[in-house]
Design a protein around this ligand. Sequence first.
Ligand code: ADP
Ligand code: MG
Length: 240
Amino acid sequence: MSALVVCEDIWKIYRLGDVEVQALRGIDLLIEEGEFVAIMGASGSGKSTLMNILGCLDHPTRGRYLLRGVDVAGLGANQLAEIRNRQIGFVFQNFNLIPRTSALENVQLPLFYRGMPLRQQRVLAAEALARVGLQGREGHYPSQLSGGQQQRVAIARALVVSPSLLLADEPTGNLDSTSSQEIMDILSRLNKEQGITIILVTHEIDIAAYAKRELVMKDGRIVADRHIARDASSLSVETS
Ligand code: ADP
Ligand code: MG
């Protein structure tokens, strides 16, 4: 295994007028390729701020972030956009699909941005939808899909670029427990069978239990970091 994510003493300080919010206060973190990490912690503890930095959507105020050994601070806007498009997949609580646009076209979008020929976009997008169990739903609009299905489209959109890192910020936060389990089964399978590194934020213990490592954040710091030893057969991913 090799280091995918390295954070060295990362601080994020927001200044709102005279008020200073220290959202991250000295994060040191090493995540290897192939890990499945759950980040837990109370609201306001800095989870989303950390995810935004890991996803190259935001810069730390201080400290270093290395992605595959590359210091992200040294990259220009175009190179960052390139990394986000090629190496990182994002899944959000609110799915963030484009309305009145088919599932297939939503998944095609990152390939469109790459300038890939349309025919190839369609083939890869259909494959990605099949990987999340949505074959036959390619032409559906988001409004014609359940929340769990919409989140599966979002996962397919994240996957279609073959990212090395999948970042999911409370991906089951808006879902019922059955849909949540389906989403977690899919993420577990992607991690196990395709070796995609997953970092997931959740405040639900049973969701975090799918991960192999659990970080707990409090007041901008990582206060616990444990590897979860578990018999893989206890997961429902084994069925099917
Ligand atoms: P979590 O995702 O764990 O709920 P966040 O990372 O969203 O926490 O927020 C951490 C802290 O940083 C909170 O105190 C929040 O109010 C503050 N914060 C987050 N984003 C901003 C921002 N853009 N401007 C100012 N303060 C922010
Ligand atoms: Mg958050």
